[in-house]
Write a protein that binds this ligand. Structure first.
Ligand code: SF4
Length: 318
């Protein structure tokens, strides 16, 4: 893949790029490594970038006067303002970006479940929150694919993350094309994926693309971007996938023998009961689309939202 033909992901630098952890460690992450060939990475280590050295005294989040502070117990220094300003400047400097992979549990990079101490003293309780850099990322990019490396070991979270990254990247290419034809084609190719994600947002996108008011491309694309973000905000539900699969089935059901139909429906039920993987269904449906030359169905992104080489079904179950 050429540089311009790949999505861009910002990644915590300690995830395989530099020995920049507080203790001089580096974390080798299999998924981050695997993705290298398919995305452009921009690395960031907010703590080193604000001038803290390697190694350095640890930081922690502390809740004080209803404000979350980034505190270094060994020096009694507070780095919240510095980190906040750095984060805003860094994010401001970015061009197009499609996702973030951040180091979990870090008071700077963790997106959730970071320990927030209820005071500077040692023996106080704690709650959970997000790191200062990560909070800025989520504020600035509410609809982007933003995940922690640990959560991406879960199959469903990884699937959703990759779907978002590659769909948002393709959408960016469409918006740069300045072509209504490209937008119509993008919308059409994603129909059954989007139906699986969110039916009501799909309807809104459909109306935008139909453009009965004859609006300018620039205005349509801006609205489309917002609603695409809403559509991709939450992972699809199994019932919605079933709905899409039944629609696809309708394209060739009349050609199938009674036994073939029964077998396909039985597989769908098994998928619905969590007894088989979704790939069994998509492969089966795709093979019929090939046999009956259903071009429209073969172009559907639901069969290949992201490069096949990135498909692996291992799941940590976390
Ligand atoms: S978690 Fe973030 S701040 Fe900490 S070492 Fe990794 S990149 Fe740097």
């Amino acid at each position: 893949m050429e540089k311009n033909n790949k999505p861009t992901i910002v990644v915590s630098r300690c995830l395989g790029f530099s020995k920049c952890r507080y203790n001089g460690d580096i974390i080798n992450d299999k998924f981050v490594e695997m993705l290298k060939e398919y995305v452009n990475y921009i690395t960031v280590c907010p703590e080193v970038d604000i001038g803290l050295g390697i190694p350095r005294d640890t930081l922690r989040l502390v809740s004080e006067n209803e404000k979350i502070e980034l505190y270094q117990p060994a020096t009694n220094k507070v780095f919240t303002k510095k980190m906040d300003e750095y984060s805003k400047d860094f994010l401001q400097s970015l061009d197009e970006v499609h996702g973030f992979i951040l180091k979990g549990r870090s008071p700077s990079c963790g997106i959730k479940d970071v320990k927030v101490y209820l005071g500077k003293e040692k023996a106080v309780g704690s709650i959970k929150g997000a790191g200062i850099f990560a909070s800025n990322v989520m504020d600035r990019y509410p609809y982007l694919a933003i995940e922690e490396e640990g959560r991406l070991t879960n199959y469903f979270i990884r699937e959703h993350f990759l779907t978002k990254v590659f769909t948002l990247f393709r959408f960016q290419q469409v918006s740069e094309s300045n072509s209504m034809k490209e937008l119509v084609s993008f919308h059409s190719d994603n129909k059954y994926l989007f139906l699986s994600y969110n039916q009501s947002q799909l309807k809104i996108l459909g109306k935008l693309v139909a453009n009965h008011e004859n609006r300018k491309f620039k205005d349509i694309i801006n609205d489309y971007r917002d609603h695409l973000g809403l559509l991709l905000a939450k992972p699809p539900r199994k019932g919605n996938y079933m709905n899409s699969f039944m629609h696809i089935f309708g394209y060739f059901s009349e050609h199938l023998k009674k036994e073939e139909k029964e077998f396909l429906l039985e597989r769908l039920n098994k998928y619905n009961e969590d007894k088989i993987h979704i790939g069994v269904i998509t492969n089966l449906l795709k093979s019929y689309a090939i046999r009956y030359e259903k071009e429209y169905i073969l172009n559907q992104s639901i069969f290949s939202t992201y490069p096949e080489e990135l498909h692996f079904i291992s799941d940590s179950g976390k």
